[in-house]
Write a protein that binds this ligand. Structure first.
Ligand code: AG3
Length: 282
């Protein structure tokens, strides 16, 4: 028998997904983890009743947070992922042969073990890749003590509730910046601005104080309902955001990756912001 699962994220707005079959429902040390099957979206992962990813639309979010900064950088060898236990981000990042090392810092080992078993179509064989250095730790502690320098750092977090909250603070962003190599790029998940405008405002205020170039870009992910999702962009080299389409096309071709959302025209266009979102940026 199918039942509706309702996301409990916004005070005035709910997302309901039919659960044709619940495959898993349990508490880890950090959060409640559920996976259910939905006819349209495939397997759906929720943490504390908030949709994190689904088999059918995960490509949009993961491609836009992985390929966009890596191709904008042009020579990324070391990548840091904070969060992302489902492995979808890792899998996209590892598609780049030029990436020599990926450090992934995930607070919840339970999500990783679980994803290997229940979401293999999302993480594929990513966790077996020898380029991966997997660290089970709090992302905030990790960036505060990190001695390596990364070309691209991706914050693939939950929303700022529960374990993900610290990943939205000015302190965290400041420490994350210290993990970047010169000209390195920091990208972050910043929620759906129509419903979570304060999140974007706060992050953009922090980024403007920290980086020579602070911006955000957008992508529409069906199960992150309420309009496009915003991703933060911070970099001390403003040229990285201005790379022209022809150069991006060349890099994309050379990378030899297949994508279903990302392409260089979408990359450039993603930085065009509607006025209601511009107004949220200090
Ligand atoms: N993390 C971002 C989920 C955000 C959902 N929030 C929302 N709808 N505002 C996804 C993790 C996937 N690796």
């Amino acid at each position: 028998m199918s039942r509706w699962r309702v996301e409990q994220l916004h005070a005035d707005f709910q997302l309901g997904l039919k659960a044709d079959k619940v495959l898993y429902d349990s508490e880890t040390d950090h959060q409640r983890l559920v996976v259910f099957e939905n006819r349209t979206f495939g397997r759906v992962l929720t943490l504390d009743s908030v949709v994190q990813t689904t088999e059918k639309d995960e490509f949009i979010y993961h491609e836009m947070l992985a390929h966009l900064p890596i191709l904008a950088h042009g020579a990324a060898k070391k990548v840091l992922i904070v969060g992302g236990g489902d492995g979808g981000m890792l899998e996209e990042v590892l598609k780049h042969a030029g990436v020599e090392k990926v450090t992934q810092v995930e607070i919840d080992a339970g999500v990783i073990d679980f994803s290997k078993q229940y979401l293999p179509s999302i993480c594929k064989q990513a966790y077996d890749d020898p380029r991966l250095d997997l660290v089970i730790a709090d992302g905030a502690d990790f960036v505060a003590n990190c001695t390596e320098r990364y070309d691209v750092a991706i914050v693939d977090s939950t929303d700022p509730l529960g374990p993900g909250e610290v990943l939205f603070t000015d302190t965290f962003y400041g420490k994350a910046k210290t993990c970047l190599a010169p000209g390195g790029i920091l990208v972050t998940q910043n929620g759906v601005p129509f419903l979570q405008g304060g999140e974007l405002t706060n992050t953009m205020r922090a980024f403007k104080a920290l980086f020579a170039d602070a911006a955000c870009y957008l992508a529409t992910v069906p199960t992150y309902a309420g309009g496009p999702m915003a991703f933060g962009w911070g970099c001390d080299d403003p040229a990285r955001r201005q790379v022209d389409q022809e150069t991006l096309e060349r890099r994309y071709e050379a990378a030899g990756i297949e994508t279903r959302y990302y392409n260089p025209a979408v990359h450039r266009g993603a930085f065009a912001l509607p006025n209601y979102i511009k107004e949220l940026i200090p």
